[in-house]
Structures are given as structure tokens and as C-alpha cells.
Design a protein around this ligand. Structure first.
Ligand SMILES: [Zn+2]
Length: 454
């Protein structure tokens, strides 16, 4: 009996990562992510999996981002009984992110019902906070580089992937095959995270390709952010910064702290971090010293760079407050969360600014803003966009095409096959071509729901 890989998500798209590995009737799911972005993709979250969750023996999570972990509450509710293995950092982040995701699902459904714009009557959340809390009981942390046996006869090892706190690549050894899943790979020059570990020997590599067709500019975050925010402060505007609560928010805070210390930003310019999730994540960095580049003192500076906002009342007060300020709020692609209220309050004024801080998946409000849309639909209403939109090129937590190739080149020997996943079609295909032409390895972009023999 061979080893099969079935691509249940992350194939031809950056979201919904789910790779099912099957061998002799045993099943392991690598990543358990939600589809995000285009409605057409999000609807896939509502389709039953082609495999009954009770027949999946174990889950291994590469990292805590919702497009890699956010389906776990549903998997558990639908009958999954096993453990979800991950690093301690991923476990701690999931404890913050998954209940928040349940909360967002509930809010979205409640809002749709209140406004009556859902086609489903009543709109039901995909899962709720209670489902999310229940799924946390299945998380089982293992330190990186330790071999564990999630299923009888299966050996699995996690290694550092950079990217965000706790992020890992996953090596699965089963049926005489070595399967390596890159997870999301960070950039070697990231301000917060260490460079990804060199990949171990493998027969099959499943490699992400978020930036498979692009190179990051040499410019650093400070050089990009400094002039934009100085321009904003000079015209007395407010910047709304949709942030990914994990990683980008902390990189931004770290940069803002440095800019203020150097005099690149007025020290008195109020900065708000309006996201309980981002606040809790920021505090987590101090508990995971050594797993990122910041010292204890730098962690504290980062926490002090902004007023940390957790209550809804405070959040509403900030949205209505006049005068220049920076508001960092989740979510990073403006798909939900408190940033929506801030955007609706500030988009219409040309003195204001929206700073997009990372990859914007097609179909999201962030992507529309990046494309220069004239109006933006928020909570069933179209808001005119007059604010300046700035997209930070340097703020990505992902390796670019050259850095992905450099990571692959470190493999001790050529793999039999590389599956290129976690990228839009263009990005995935561009990386596939580079792998074939520059490395001479067999590479392909799998179809959604396709199955391959390893
Ligand atoms: Zn990620």
C-alpha cells in the first residue's frame, strides 16, 4: 500500500490549507485551515469534507494563522477525536486566534440577520466560540526537532519556518516515504522572526508559493513607513492600519517604537492598537524569548509603543475622536473585525490614510483598496474612498520567490516531486516553472481535491 496525499485546500489558492496523508487506512491531516477571500472559496468551508472527520486519526498544524488552523473547531464538532499536534507557540496563539475566529463567525451571522441581507434565513455561524474552545482541548504541543508518533508507525518532526511565532515545517515519515510540508516560510531577513531552518531530506515536498512570482523590494519597513507617516502627521490625518493581529501588528509596533525613538515620528502622535487579539499576541512575545529576534527590553518597548485597546467602548470612542492618530486594528485584509468601523469612519476624508501591511488575498476588501477602488462595501453599505492608500511592500511575513528557491536548494538531495501549493494560480505556476527550469526537479500545481501517490 502506498502513501497518498489529498489536497483538500491550499491548492490553487492561498487559503484553506488541508493536506490529507493516507497510508494503510490511517489518515493524518497536515493543517486544518479555513478558506478566506472570494465568497466562492468561503462557501467551500460549508461543504462537508470528502473524508469523515472521525476517520482522521491526527492533525498536525504548521502554524496558527486561521487559513491553516481555523477549520479545527468544525473538524472537532463534526467528530474528530484525535490530537492536533503543533509547537508550543502555535498552541498559545491558537488559544487566542480560534475563539476569536468563532466570535467573528457569530458576529457576522448576527449582523447579517439584523440587517436582513443574508440569503439564508436565519444566517448560521460556521462555528461559534464554544466550538472553538472545545477544539483547543485537542491541541498537543511538541517542541521543534523532537520526533513524535501521532499515529502508530508514523514519525513526524517539526522544524522552524520563521514566518510567525511557532511556525514550523512538517516532516512526515510513513510507509518508507519522507514527505515535507513547508508550511508558510518566513523571510530570512525578517525583523522579528529567525530565518527558516534548512529543509531535511525528503521524497516529496509540498511547498508554499504565496510570493512565487514576486521579489520583495530591498527597502526596509522603517524606510517605507517613515515617510508615509510623516506625510500623514504633516496634514493632520488619521491612518487606519488593518493589521494581521499576529506578526504584522508586532512588526509595525516595533517599527513605530523605533521611529518615535529616532524622531522620525512626533512622540506625541497617539497610536492605538485596537484589537484584543493583537494585544494578547504582543504580550506573548515576552513568554517566548529565543523563538524570535527581540530581546526582553525590545518586547517591552513594543508593548509601550501604543495604547492597548481591548474594550468595545474604547474602540468606538477612538473611531469618533478627531485629530491625527494611528489606529492599528484587525483584520489585516479588512475581512472583518474592528478595522471595519474605523475604515467606515475615515475612508471618506482625503487627509486620512489606509496602510495595507501585507499580502491581500483577491476578493478581500484589502485587495480592493490596493487596486484603487472608488467605494468600499462595509456592512451592506458603500463608502467612498478618498483617503490615500499605501501598500507596504516590505511588510510581508512570507519568503519571496528567490527566498523560496533558496530554501528548496538547501534540500540535501533532489526530491522525486514538488507540489506547489498555497499560492494564487499565477504565483504557483511561476514557482513551478522555476523549480523545473532552475533545479530540474519534477514540480506540479495540484488541483483542489486531487489525490496523488507519494
Ligand atoms: Zn501564515
Amino acid at each position: 500500500m502506498g502513501v497518498n496525499i489529498r489536497f483538500l485546500g491550499g491548492a490553487g489558492t492561498v487559503t484553506g490549507s488541508k493536506y490529507l496523508v493516507e497510508h494503510e487506512g490511517q489518515r493524518l491531516l497536515v493543517d486544518c485551515g479555513l478558506f478566506q477571500g472570494y465568497k466562492q472559496l468561503r462557501l467551500r468551508n460549508r461543504d462537508p469534507l470528502p473524508v469523515v472527520p472521525a476517520q482522521i486519526g491526527a492533525v498536525v498544524l504548521t502554524h496558527a494563522h486561521i487559513d491553516h488552523s481555523g477549520y479545527l473547531p468544525l473538524l472537532v464538532r463534526e467528530g474528530f477525536k484525535g490530537k492536533a499536534w503543533c509547537t508550543p507557540g502555535t498552541r498559545d496563539l491558537c488559544r487566542i486566534l480560534l475563539p476569536d475566529s468563532g466570535h467573528l463567525q457569530e458576529e457576522e451571522a448576527a449582523y447579517a440577520n439584523r440587517k436582513g441581507f443574508s440569503k439564508h434565513q436565519p444566517a448560521l455561524p460556521l462555528y461559534n466560540v464554544e466550538d472553538a474552545r472545545e477544539s483547543l482541548k485537542h491541541l498537543h504541543a511538541v517542541p521543534p526537532h523532537e520526533v513524535f508518533e501521532p499515529l502508530r508507525g508514523w514519525r513526524v518532526r517539526l522544524s522552524g519556518a520563521g514566518h510567525i511565532l511557532g511556525a514550523a515545517s512538517v516532516l512526515v515519515e510513513v510507509g518508507g516515504k519522507r514527505l515535507l510540508f513547508s508550511g508558510d516560510l518566513g523571510r530570512p531577513d525578517d525583523a522579528l522572526m529567525h530565518a527558516p531552518d534548512a529543509p531535511p531530506e525528503a521524497d516529496v515536498v509540498v511547498c508554499e508559493s504565496t510570493y512565487g512570482d514576486r521579489s520583495h523590494p530591498q527597502e526596509d519597513l522603517l524606510a517605507e513607513l517613515g515617510p508615509a507617516l510623516a506625510r500623514l502627521a504633516a496634514r493632520g490625518g488619521t491612518a487606519v492600519v488593518p493589521v494581521f493581529a499576529v506578526g504584522r501588528a508586532q512588526a509595525l509596533l516595533h517599527a513605530i517604537a523605533q521611529l518615535k525613538a529616532r524622531g522620525g515620528l512626533p512622540a506625541a502622535l497617539p497610536v492605538y492598537l485596537d484589537s484584543p487579539m493583537a494585544v494578547h499576541t504582543t504580550e506573548l512575545y515576552e513568554h517566548h524569548l529565543g523563538e524570535h529576534r527581540l530581546s526582553a527590553a525590545q518586547c517591552r518597548d513594543m508593548e509601550r509603543a501604543a495604547h492597548l485597546v481591548t474594550s468595545v467602548e474604547q474602540s468606538k470612542a477612538i473611531a469618533l475622536q478627531r485629530g491625527p492618530k494611528l489606529i492599528l486594528a484587525a483584520s489585516g485584509m479588512a475581512t472583518g473585525g474592528r478595522v471595519l468601523h474605523h475604515l467606515s469612519q475615515h475612508l471618506g476624508d482625503h487627509r486620512n490614510m489606509v496602510v495595507l501591511t501585507g499580502y491581500q488575498a483577491p476578493g478581500t476588501r484589502g485587495a480592493r483598496l490596493a487596486q484603487g477602488t472608488a467605494t468600499l462595501r462595509i456592512f451592506g453599505q458603500d463608502w467612498p474612498v478618498r483617503a490615500e492608500v499605501v501598500q507596504l511592500a516590505s511588510a510581508s511575513a512570507h519568503a519571496d520567490a528567490g527566498q523560496l528557491m533558496a530554501w528548496l536548494r538547501q534540500l540535501p538531495r533532489a526530491p522525486h516531486r514538488v507540489f506547489v501549493t498555497h499560492g494564487d494560480m499565477e504565483a504557483a505556476d511561476a514557482l513551478r516553472l522555476r523549480i523545473e527550469h532552475e533545479l530540474g526537479w519534477r514540480a506540479l500545481v495540484p488541483e483542489h481535491n486531487s489525490t496523488w501517490m507519494a
